[in-house]
Design a protein around this ligand. Structure first.
Ligand SMILES: Nc1nc2c(ncn2[C@@H]2O[C@H](COP(=O)(O)OP(=O)(O)O)[C@@H](O)[C@H]2O)c(=O)[nH]1
Ligand SMILES: [Mg+2]
Length: 457
């Protein structure tokens, strides 16, 4: 990763303006043909050189390769591979490539977790004011809310991360919108996003929650004493562990008497699932104020940790790098089965083509044979020919002077005497029949061959 312009001991300078290549890239994400735009971005990046740039170039090439691999044949397992491919494309577009290109953007902490765990209340309490609507009513389809320091607003504009979500500055129920809130209660360098419930009964909410977590540098995963053993949140945490995404876990809404038992159990669960390095915060169950806030001291520890991250460029950079490297590593592993599937599809397509070629080659051979060996001249054609010969038209022509012979024959054909016309029609009909029969047989052979394989079916 490109660190040459970093100086971790110096006071934080305002983050760099995003490079022009990034503009081109994100503009491409909004447009119909991202690949072309990616290419423009790639050319610019290549021209500027550097190690991190080589990485971005490779990722853009990977993105292009993945968008081009359509896996059209319904071979066993193709559905899963198509879904995996789509996930990878989205992960590259929504997070990995934009993040790699703007490595100095503020750290994005996405608050996720189960229904009613207290996510929105936690976000409000961390910010110290009601920026996002908590609620008992379920399912709620409120837009996700991203809170950032006023100085950091430019990093989260429409053309930045998750470009398909429309930026709005007011609360809304539109699941296609992202509400931006500027608050100087947060330190510059770190933004918090209140995501929908990962286990929402509304599918749109679940999908959005997963998308938002996939775009996070850091998960703040909130669970409660009542919910910490639920399955769905653990599936998410397992995903994070597999990709070494940076995760902090918040055990929320925990009655004081239960803290020890629950926290101990939860810590063991985290350790056994590969998340022993994830910090675990306890937020005690408390009185929620009229504005929907917990007492400041309940969230003080989480808040101090987040402020520390925001203020410490090195620590922040480590978190971003951990998640980004983990995502890239996961992509490099996930790409192999897709490449194998694409090869398999190519081979299957080639076999189908060969089957069809063989079936029609045989038809062609049969037609050639039948027209050469006289088969075509049997039956109807022979009968009409004999009528034609028997009528004496040819004999008459042969008896005439040699000079007249050609004119006579031509004349007799031009004049289309009945018998000659019948011979022509019979030959035409016979040939047509032969071709049709052979083509039908070829189609049947090709179909029979294709029926034998799932791709052909
Ligand atoms: N008494 C009490 N209520 C809480 C606490 N945390 C959240 N709640 C309430 O639980 C409900 C769900 O909380 P919310 O923050 O919307 O959870 P989310 O679904 O995870 O966003 C709301 O009515 C909150 O007021 C807490 O620590 N104590
Ligand atoms: Mg909520």
């Amino acid at each position: 990763m490109n660190e040459e312009h970093r100086d971790d001991d110096a006071p934080e300078a305002a983050p760099e303006t995003p490079p022009a290549a990034y503009e081109a890239l994100t503009a491409g994400m909004l447009a119909e043909k991202p690949t072309t735009e990616f290419e423009a971005a790639r050319a610019e990046i290549e021209a500027s050189g550097g190690e991190g740039n080589r990485m971005v170039t490779s990722l853009i090439q990977l993105h292009r390769a993945l968008t081009e691999v359509t896996l059209p044949l319904d071979l066993p397992g193709a559905d899963e591979q198509r879904a995996a491919r789509q996930n990878m494309v989205e992960q590259l577009e929504d997070y990995v490539i934009p993040r790699m290109m703007t490595i100095d953007a503020p750290l994005l902490a996405v608050v996720g977790g189960s229904t009613g765990a207290g996510k929105s209340t936690l976000v409000n309490s961390l910010v110290g004011t009601k920026v996002t609507t908590p609620g008992l009513l379920r399912p709620t389809t409120r837009s996700p809310v991203l809170v950032h320091h006023p100085e950091d607003g430019r990093w989260f504009g429409q053309d930045r991360l998750l470009p398909e979500l429309e930026r709005v500055n007011h609360p809304t129920n539109d699941p296609g919108a992202l509400q931006l809130v500027a608050s100087d209660r947060l330190h510059p360098g770190l933004a918090i996003l209140d995501a929908p419930d990962v286990d929402s009964v509304e599918e749109a909410n679940r999908v959005l929650a997963a998308e938002l977590l996939a775009a996070a540098d850091l998960w703040i995963f909130v669970t409660s004493a009542a919910r910490y053993a639920d399955q769905v949140p653990w599936e998410f945490l397992q995903l994070a562990a597999n990709r070494s995404t940076a995760v902090a876990v918040v055990l929320d809404r925990t009655p004081t008497e239960a803290v020890q038992t629950v926290a101990g159990h939860l810590a063991r669960m985290l350790a056994s699932r590969g998340l022993k390095d994830s910090p675990l915060f306890i937020v005690h169950e408390g009185e929620v104020s009229e504005q929907g806030l917990l007492p400041a001291e309940h969230v003080a520890e989480v808040r101090a940790w987040l402020d520390m991250l925001a203020d410490d460029a090195t620590a922040r950079h480590q978190v971003v790098t951990q998640t980004l490297d983990g995502a890239v590593r996961a992509l490099t592993l996930e790409v192999h089965p897709i490449a194998d599937t694409a090869d398999g599809q190519g081979e299957a397509a080639q076999r189908l083509r060969t089957d069809a070629d063989m079936a029609y080659d045989e038809a062609l051979r049969s037609i050639m044979a039948a027209t050469a060996d006289g088969t075509l001249l049997r039956g109807e054609v022979l009968a009409r020919w004999q009528e034609f010969v028997g009528s004496g038209e040819i004999l008459k022509a042969l008896e005439t002077k040699v000079g007249m012979l050609r004119d006579k024959i031509l004349g007799s054909i031009k004049g289309k005497p009945q018998q000659a016309e019948r011979v022509t029609a019979a030959v035409q009909g016979g040939l047509e029949m032969l071709i049709l029969e052979q083509c039908e047989a070829a189609a049947e052979r090709a179909e029979a061959a294709w029926q034998m394989s799932p791709a052909g079916r």
